[in-house]
Design a protein around this ligand. Structure first.
Ligand SMILES: [Zn+2]
Ligand SMILES: [Zn+2]
Length: 253
């Protein structure tokens, strides 16, 4: 699917400049092909990585059928059996371990945006291979305005925009608002966990019969994704998928 921004009608002079730029970039790539974002030694093979680094990615091959938790056998994990999540499915191509943990930290905390291309590429490849119905809208997991100002980037919204362009699906970053700061679920006891996320998110507008994919870099406890899925379904969404680059192993829930 072409980038929607590239399909508009431009004046002839602008189209001319664009084609000169594209030719110059193609020539530059031929003279000096882009190198791997991780090892910086080899030529890029796929989504910013060389063939060797690509082959070492920790693929999340065997996992829970519902929440993509890494497992030894493909089935439903204990948590999904006891308490099925509100979201309908999870796309999580990798397990959260070396080297993807370093790449996602560099993206999130040091604004190394080139790693977003790798993460978005991995997600779109998996979505295409899955053959699942495509959502109507993509939404990045929101942060409060204060947190975005402090960090400088909401990596989930950034990823949602990149994936949306690649798949031709609109990404709407203003659909869900985070109203207040929350603590990390894994640091809290059971009673505090329930209070922590309650009422923290708000959906603007109706989503009658819409299929939504909620995008983030990592899925850890799944509690935030579950809470936002509740809010989306209360607003009328008929299906909510979670799209992340990596899934962490079992954590206390
Ligand atoms: Zn490499
Ligand atoms: Zn599960």
């Amino acid at each position: 699917m072409p980038d929607p921004c590239e399909t508009r009608n431009h004046p002839a002079w602008l189209t001319g400049i664009k084609s000169v730029r594209a030719t110059a970039l193609a020539l530059l790539e031929w003279v000096a092909p882009p190198c791997c974002l991780l090892c910086r030694l080899e030529v890029e093979y796929r989504h910013g990585l060389c063939q060797g680094c690509w082959a070492k990615l920790p693929v999340n091959e065997i996992h829970c059928e519902r929440c993509a938790l890494p497992m030894a056998h493909k089935s439903l994990c204990g948590h999904c059996q006891r308490c099925p999540p509100v979201f309908d499915s999870v796309i999580a191509p990798l397990r959260y371990q070396d080297p993807i943990d370093q790449m996602l930290c560099a993206l999130k905390y040091h604004q190394q945006l080139s790693f977003a291309r790798t993460a978005a590429g991995l997600i779109t490849d998996t979505v295409r291979e899955s053959g699942e119905p495509r959502p109507d809208l993509l939404v990045g997991v929101p942060m409060t305005h204060r947190a975005v100002r402090k960090r400088g980037l909401n990596q989930a919204v950034f990823l949602a925009r990149l994936i949306g362009r690649q798949l031709g699906i609109p990404a709407k970053s203003t659909l869900i608002k985070k109203l207040r700061e929350t603590d990390r679920q894994s640091t809290l006891n059971a009673s505090k966990r329930q209070r922590n996320l309650k009422g923290a998110f708000h959906c603007k507008g109706s989503l009658e019969d819409k299929h939504i994919a909620l995008v983030d870099d990592i899925l850890t406890t799944g509690a935030t994704a579950n809470e936002i899925s509740k809010v989306l379904k209360v607003a009328g969404a008929n299906r909510v998928d979670i799209w992340v680059c990596a899934r962490t192993p079992e954590v206390l829930r």
